[in-house]
Ligand binder design. Structure first.
Ligand code: F6P
Length: 511
């Protein structure tokens, strides 16, 4: 692919007339059918589950879809997708493949075999802990940051609303308050510490891990390092740090941090919900891998979502996109998606190092409905920014209360999409709703472990598809390095800093 191939397609896309959602629906009686689809999958031992993707309330139409399919061809989407699953070097700046798919059975035979062996090892440790091999384990303090925390936090929160085998606390921030809060909720004699770090060098994680060991020691635990499990792609470093090899759960270097929930980084999830549910989560993700791999053009769900993402960010100038889960179990999904999308696609250069020729990842933000309706939806309905919105909801309720709760939840969700689109004219400017504001809907049958895996994999592939359409590498994150280096220099006092930073250091008594 060359950028001139895609530039020509972008020019054609730019020339397509913008039509309102009202006009689009009026012009095509089959619009809902054309822009919706159901992805169904079987989960072994758990029947069928499915997700309905409805992108009909976006501005995509036949002309735009033809254009975006041409863009995908010009950008080499099919080849890039094949390279992803075939273990090709899809992360050229680090010279690596991205094999997170293999963790759930989608990859080369060798990668899948390796993943299966690592998963079996994790399963044995989880099983042994459940059976008391490490004594009483009531709590797990999971220490990690970024991709080593956000996925586990989301999945534990989503899947343990009814039942948890172990009480998990995810601690990421180096702010000691976060760790203190976890200590306050745990009995040291019945607590395990998971140190989750791909590199096993991240300052926040290693500082928190050392403090957690000290806490165990100060509270009478005789062998604190015997209570530590390491989840890492750098097992040598974990051994040096003092973790016994039997409690190190490795994962391959080619699994990126924000794509690592499926690897041993998912250990707290497996410990909290059991291996069967963890495997169900992998199976749901694999079902989406299969759909993404085998479906072409606009019928490919994640690719269609990426078409809409590109349309809004490049052709309509939207700088943000919002995600509202109408489900308490997905309260942490916006945080998770922020890292997935912004760390992957918040870049200014293409995979071959040239400046990009358009905007890259929009800012992802969001919250849970209905809370967000009473907080930020004013801006969505009447503000000056156009914000494409995703709604996510489950037909089966997560609660056992009067079904009126869930019915009201879903009706609120659907009402928001309808109101954003139709608006309502008023002579009173303050009461006028302009409408024509886009939204997409992901409506799942039942938000169980498999569906959570499917939802996350859907967003991983949507992120990848966006990267391919923009010509960027979604698997590196050099943008986070400079701040880390300067923090170290400030700590050691080496280096020259600007006057404002010097003054702040003095004001805080740090020099
Ligand atoms: O700072 C960014 C980052 O490298 C993320 O990509 C990663 O998920 C996080 O830090 C944690 O890294 P590690 O797992 O190596 O501790």
């Amino acid at each position: 692919m060359t950028s001139s191939d895609t530039s020509a397609v972008w020019e054609r896309l730019q020339a397509i007339e913008t039509r309102t959602l009202g006009d689009l629906f009026a012009a095509d009686a089959d619009r809902v059918e054309k822009l919706s689809q159901r992805i169904e999958f079987e989960v072994p031992g758990d029947g069928t589950n499915g997700m309905l993707l409805d992108w009909s309330k976006t501005h995509l139409d036949d002309g735009l879809l033809d254009g975006f399919e041409a863009l995908a061809d010009a950008a080499g989407f099919a080849e890039a997708r094949e390279a992803l699953f075939a273990g090709g070097i899809v992360n050229p700046t680090e010279g690596r493949p991205a094999t997170h798919g293999a963790m759930r059975g989608s990859g080369t035979e060798a990668d899948v075999e390796e993943a299966e062996a690592l998963l079996a090892r994790m399963g044995m440790l989880v099983e042994a802990i459940h059976q008391g091999a490490l004594g009483e384990v009531k709590h797990l303090i999971h220490i990690g940051i970024g991709g080593s925390a956000l996925g586990p936090d989301l999945a534990v929160d989503a899947l343990t609303r009814d039942l948890k085998l172990v009480d998990v606390h995810v601690v990421s921030n180096i702010d000691g308050l976060a760790l203190e809060q976890a200590f306050a909720a745990c009995d040291p004699a019945a607590t395990l510490i998971a140190v989750a770090s791909k590199t096993f060098t991240t300052t926040e994680t290693m500082t928190n891990a050392a403090s957690a060991l000290k806490w165990l020691e100060e509270n009478g635990v005789s062998d604190p390092s015997g209570r530590v499990v390491a989840l890492t792609a750098n097992p040598e470093r974990a051994v040096e740090w003092g973790v016994d090899e039997t409690r190190i759960l490795p994962f391959p270097e080619s699994v990126g941090g924000r794509y690592s929930l499926w690897s041993s980084i998912g250990f707290p999830v497996a410990l909290a919900v059991g291996m069967d549910d963890f495997r169900a989560m992998l199976a749901g993700a694999q079902a989406i891998d299969t759909h993404f791999r085998q479906t072409e053009g606009r019928t490919n769900g994640p690719l269609l979502a990426a078409f809409a993402d590109q349309y809004y960010s490049r052709l309509r100038g939207c700088q943000t996109r919002a995600v509202f889960a109408y489900d308490e179990r997905l309260a942490l999904l916006p945080d998770y998606l922020q890292q997935l999308e912004m760390e992957s696609n918040g870049k200014s250069v293409t995979a071959d190092g040239k400046p990009v020729d358009g905007p890259t990842a929009p800012i992802t933000w969001g919250g849970v409905g209905t809370d967000a309706q009473h907080a930020v939806f004013q801006l969505l309905h009447q503000g000056t920014h156009l914000v494409p919105v995703d709604f996510i909801a489950s037909i089966a309720p997560g609660d056992d209360l009067d079904p009126a709760h869930h019915k009201a939840l879903l009706m609120n969700c659907f009402a928001q999409g309808a109101a954003l689109m139709s608006g309502r004219k008023s002579h009173d400017p303050a009461r006028n709703y302009p409408g024509d504001r886009p939204s997409a809907m992901i409506l799942v049958d039942d938000l169980d472990a498999a569906m959570l895996g499917a939802l996350i994999a859907f967003h991983e592939h949507r992120t990848f598809a966006n990267a391919v359409l923009m010509g960027i590498n979604p698997f590196d994150q050099f943008g986070v390095e400079l701040g880390k280096e300067i923090a170290k220099q400030l700590g050691s006092g080496e280096g020259q800093f600007d006057p404002s930073t010097n003054a702040l250091m003095e004001a805080a008594g740090l020099r």
